[in-house]
Write a protein that binds this ligand. Structure first.
Ligand code: HGY
Ligand code: MN
Ligand code: MN
Length: 414
């Protein structure tokens, strides 16, 4: 790395500290959920940071922040770098944020060093990667990829509020979201720097991870119907207890997911019609998801879970309806870009590991549009989506160095 292309990690850390204060005081951890007031304040600040870095920066109709650094070959497809700055409720300070601040620092370092790219460089903060009460993930990147459709915008939360209304309340124009769409011919490559959110880099003492593929994911909702009865008088062997069926369904998720490498299953919530202990619940809802690096394994988990819920109905004399929601097939990363990123990392002297991502990312949406690759840095104790989420700034600096070097090599190679 040439000295004048030295990343200013102290500045990145100061920006990280400022962004860490732009959170929702009503929620635990470092919460900045999509389209919330905290999210809006953070994006206003990030837009100013992009402009202070000398970028032409705008917010599009979907809420994406897009900064632009002109290249020497007008009309050539752009290189895109970035991530997301929203969090899960009760989340941490590094998930997505490292990729957004890192991308801005890459642009600043290029400008400061006088290095000129042939291609334009887009620096992006994708809106609402984490999803919302309406159950729609990757909102901004799906808008950019043209896959945020009317069905997604019309999705409702438990109170009946649509995603479009949530976006309008944040001052956005969901009715104009088609204007946020990128053309495939305008994008040469997308590279995202992100924390691993798992334990593998730390366990292998590698500095950098190059992602081979991003997990496939399948969400579900199970609606269980039983019969409301008196809890004190109805014998156990004739009850139609929706809560007991739901509880067995939660355990079935764990059993079905204990099936293969990388397969996971998680239940988010169990709700019932009656919180009373003197009344047997006649209705329960279980929401959850399965993930796997392998499409056939993901589909096999879906089939086995459906079989298990049918069996539970016989056991509990209930009727349950299983509805599958959001589905993404596993997304392989672009091999050529990944080789360039791997070479950039090893040439910088970093121990580099190839690994699969158990977390989903905006790259799942953007990979429909352009060759995509991801660079990981270690997460302390492999933890994420929690206030304890942490990455050392020496690792953040290494990640930004690899991102910068990868951009330079992509630009020189295309
Ligand atoms: O769900 C995920 O894996 C991502 O962190 N949004
Ligand atoms: Mn993320
Ligand atoms: Mn996340």
């Amino acid at each position: 790395m040439m000295a004048e292309r030295q990343v200013e990690i102290d500045r990145v850390e100061r920006e990280w500290q400022h962004l860490s204060r732009l959170v929702d005081p009503e929620l635990p951890g470092w919460s900045r959920t999509g389209f919330s007031d905290a999210d809006r304040a953070a994006r206003d600040w990030l837009l100013r940071q992009m402009r202070e870095a000398g970028l032409e920066a705008v917010q599009d109709a979907a809420g994406n922040l897009v900064g632009y650094l002109e290249g020497d070959m007008p009309g050539a497809p752009d290189i895109v770098i970035g991530s997301h700055s929203d969090t899960v409720p009760g989340g941490g300070r590094f998930d997505g944020i490292v990729g957004v601040l890192g991308a801005i620092e890459v642009a600043r370092t290029l400008t400061r060093s006088g290095a000129r790219l042939r291609r334009g460089l887009r620096i992006v903060d994708f809106a609402n990667e984490e999803g919302n009460p309406q159950g729609v993930k990757l909102v901004g990147s799906r808008a950019a990829a043209g896959s945020l459709d009317a069905h997604a915008l019309g999705s409702t939360d438990p109170e009946g509020v649509t995603l479009a209304t949530l976006m309008e309340r944040a001052g956005l124009r969901p009715d104009e979201v088609s204007r946020a769409r990128w053309k495939a011919r305008d994008i040469a490559a997308y590279i995202e720097l992100h924390i691993e959110q798992g334990p593998h880099l730390e366990q292998s003492s590698a500095h950098i991870g190059i992602v081979t593929s991003i997990c496939g994911i399948s969400t579900f909702s199970l609606d269980v119907r039983g019969r409301r009865d008196h809890a004190g008088t109805m014998p156990m062997n004739v009850r139609q207890d929706a809560m007991c069926c739901a509880a067995d369904a939660v355990l079935a998720v764990r059993e079905v997911a204990a099936s293969g490498a990388g397969a996971v299953g998680t239940v988010g919530q169990v709700t019932t019609s009656s919180p009373l202990t003197n009344t047997i619940s006649e209705q329960a809802t279980v929401t959850g998801e399965f993930r796997s690096p392998d499409l056939a394994a993901l589909q096999d988990m879906q089939a086995r879970f459906a079989q298990r819920t049918a069996h539970l109905d016989e056991l509990h004399r209930t009727q349950s309806a299983l509805t599958w929601g959001h589905f993404d097939a596993p997304t392989p990363m672009d091999e050529r870009l990944s080789r360039l990123a791997h070479a950039a990392s090893t040439d910088l002297g970093y121990d580099t590991l190839q690994l699969y991502s158990g977390a989903t990312h905006d790259g799942v949406a953007i990979a429909d549009l352009a060759p995509t690759a991801m660079i990981f840095i270690p997460s302390r104790d492999g933890r994420s989506h929690c206030p304890e989420e942490w990455s050392d700034f020496e690792d953040v600096e290494r990640g930004i160095n690899v991102l910068l070097e990868t951009v330079l090599r992509i630009d020189a190679s295309l």
